[in-house]
Design a protein. Sequence first.
Length: 182
Amino acid sequence: MKILIDFFPILLFFGAFKLYDIYIGTAVLMAATVVQMALIYRLDHKLSAMHKATLALVLIFGTLTLVLHDERFIKWKPTVLYAAMAVALAVAVWVYKKNFLKMLLGSQLTLPDPVWMRLNMIWVAYCVFMAAINGYVAAFYSTEAWVDFKIWGYAFPLIFIVGQGFYISRYLTADDEKAPTP
């Protein structure tokens, strides 16, 4: 159910873009993201910092796209989000000596501190990669190509999540495997 909630705004955006244009698609994305966050809030009784940041960026960049009638804003939203995540994870570890991944997931997974540190660095690298690739496609390709990239580009997070699962699986204990998934 939660995976459907996660993909529903982008699928609606894609459909609206293909049927109409980037501006209708952007309006649909904004509305769908508000509904998505309301559903998540209803299910979890809270929104994570990531959810709040996503909602804020979709609404800000979507509004700029619609008001200024400039598609570049919505195309750059993922780059800004991924770059902000990379910076937040890096600053948290290197400046504040806090590992956000461990703080968020430590109650669900028991991993050695060096593994948490590697996971954090892997996430930083992944976010930098995703910011760079979205920025490249947004800057040098048509809007049609960018939208297609957004759909087919979901292979990157899926590969990343599966790879991360393989990496941490060797460190999980029997207690972790019985823990409920978020």
